[in-house]
Design a protein around this ligand. Sequence first.
Ligand code: F3S
Ligand code: F3S
Length: 101
Amino acid sequence: MTYIIAEPCIDIQDKSCVDVCPVDCIHEMGRMLVIDPEECIDCGACEPECPVEAIFPEDALPDKWEPFVKINYAFPEGASVIDALVDAYATEHNVQNEPIA
Ligand code: F3S
Ligand code: F3S
């Protein structure tokens, strides 16, 4: 299994999660960060660090954010593929996440 970063990370990119990941498998893309599912050791350290609760174990991801399984799993295909998927999702769902004060 792996952890998944979902919609609340889009355009927020707090990055508190990056510092606690013991295997450095959380990677910055254009508008959000994603977890490399091949490298994630399922430790759970990142989940409580995210101030906008964007991180979930894959089997506990809310159904409405199912598209983020594909987005995180696209990590080996490169940033341009992920950025295109995120842009398409954000447009379709009119994502407007407010910056953290
Ligand atoms: Fe994103 Fe939360 Fe990490 S906003 S960068 S998943 S701390
Ligand atoms: Fe990193 Fe996965 Fe743990 S992303 S913090 S190894 S749950």
